[in-house]
Design a protein around this ligand. Structure first.
Ligand code: COA
Length: 415
């Protein structure tokens, strides 16, 4: 199949290198446009709005693959054979359960805690129960990585159900990774169409090159710290609204602030006049449509059309039921918002804009939106930790000091 592959075009590299030409007299605030290493995992073509995992276009993976296969691809670099796939899927399946002590600490956490904080703290604690905790070989790192990817959905589902006083739903061995994750969160086995849509969402979020959380993960493992520490750092970084926390904010503003189609334009005008950011828009790398947003937009359109026709699985405790009658079609409100912001600001939607309405219509509890990002991205974080360690160089940039020097120390009584 070599004849079908291609290298990044020279035009693209020229455009990129102009953007990234290093000038030592300049400070690269936010590291905008800087390459910090080389990678064979993910390529984002921010000019054309394309995303590739290990060279495969995202759209092909979303249409033909599933989360387990994409996680394998990210970690090992190649698509699995049927046998490799079955083994990997089985390994993930076998690792879904949590040690009893982790369930005990999940129950001990204060109520009204965000699920992403619970996840961050639990992943840190989980390392203490990993049989490979002090093994640092690549094989041990992959085993630890598989445990992390397998257990995150269980931690999230359990912590959410504990926080909302619902009985725990034990992992089911007959369901796929996406199907079981959905089942543990909601207590209902998903229909095929729900499972497939949820799986696509997981694939779309599974990696995105050196975004802020992946950078944190790579920085942490570059000190030769362990992979659990890398992923704990990544989750802490993902928590912020400028990164993974945007989807939860998008749905809240739709449900609590905008509510009706006629409110969209006045709401957004006011927001932009005040120079405030609109969550779900803009991206450091994409200067056009984010391809993940396009995929989730079509899925969202499909599910909201079914919702309008009453042709969707009825989910009694869906948050949407509480707002029925008070809230217009969220997909249609999102489209009005998108149209206005592209026309007036030339800023495009990112993945969080359309994932918000889609997760909502699928009945995913809102407090689990941001951590869902972590559940999928764990595949990418593991792949990046392993790649970093294969050819490691301590990541340690510099800060340009702009303070004063040689100040005179004055005794405390005299200050
Ligand atoms: N709403 C309104 N204006 C936005 C915007 C948004 N969501 N995103 C960017 N802009 C504007 C900025 O105000 C800025 O305008 P200015 O040059 O007139 O000051 C310009 O576009 C560049 O934005 P900046 O924040 O400097 O770009 P960045 O590369 O540092 O930021 C994000 C990228 C993602 C942090 C930014 O777009 C953002 O905050 N988006 C909202 C949060 C979000 O959806 N995050 C999820 C990302 S997947």
């Amino acid at each position: 199949m070599k004849g079908d592959t291609r290298k990044i075009s020279e035009d693209y590299m020229d455009e990129e290198s102009q953007l990234c030409e290093l000038d030592r007299s300049k400070t690269y605030k936010g590291l905008v446009g800087l390459y910090v290493d080389e990678s064979k995992i993910t390529f984002i073509d921010g000019m054309q709005g394309k995303l590739y995992f290990r060279g495969y276009p995202l759209e092909d993976l979303v249409n033909n693959s599933n989360f387990e296969e994409v996680a394998y691809l990210l970690i090992y670099g190649e698509l699995p054979t049927k046998q490799e796939y079955e083994i990997f899927k089985n390994e993930l399946n076998q690792e879904r359960n949590l040690p009893d002590n982790i369930i005990t600490i999940l129950k001990s956490f204060p109520r009204n805690t965000t699920r992403i904080e619970l996840l961050r703290t639990s992943i840190s604690a989980l390392s203490l129960y990993d049989p490979d905790d002090y093994m640092y070989t690549q094989e041990a790192n992959i085993r630890k990585g598989i445990r992390i990817i397998a257990k995150i959905p269980t931690i999230l589902a359990f912590s959410h159900r504990i926080q909302s006083n619902q009985p725990l739903v034990e992992p089911s061995n007959d369901l796929s990774h996406a199907g079981n994750y959905y089942y543990m969160m909601t207590g209902r086995k998903p229909s095929n169409e729900f499972e497939r849509a949820f799986d696509k969402i997981l694939i779309c979020h599974s990696d995105h090159s050196i975004n802020s959380s992946t950078f944190s993960c790579r920085v942490t493992v570059s000190t030769l710290s362990d992979i659990y520490s890398g992923i704990t750092s990544a989750i802490g970084t993902l928590r912020g609204p400028l990164h993974g926390g945007a989807n939860e904010r998008v749905i809240r503003l739709m449900l609590e602030e905008i509510k009706k189609k006629e409110n969209v334009i006045p709401w957004v005008k006011k927001k932009l006049e005040k120079k405030e950011k609109v969550m779900g828009f803009g991206h450091r790398v994409y200067k056009t449509w984010d391809p993940r947003a396009l995929i989730l937009r079509e899925l969202s359109r499909e599910f909201w059309e079914k919702e309008e026709k009453g042709a969707i699985d009825k989910i009694p405790d869906r948050e949407h039921e509480k707002h029925r009658g008070n809230i217009d079609n969220i997909f249609e409100m999102t489209e009005i918002l998108t149209d206005y912001i592209i026309k007036t600001k030339n800023i495009y939607p990112n993945v969080d804009l359309y994932s918000a309405g889609l997760l909502h219509v699928l009945g995913i509890p809102t407090p689990l939106f941001t951590p869902l990002f972590a559940a999928s991205r764990s595949a990418g974080w593991v792949a990046h930790a392993i790649e970093q360690l294969k050819d490691n160089k301590l990541i340690r940039p510099r800060l340009r000091y702009i303070g004063k020097l040689d100040k005179k120390y004055m005794k405390i009584e005299k200050r």
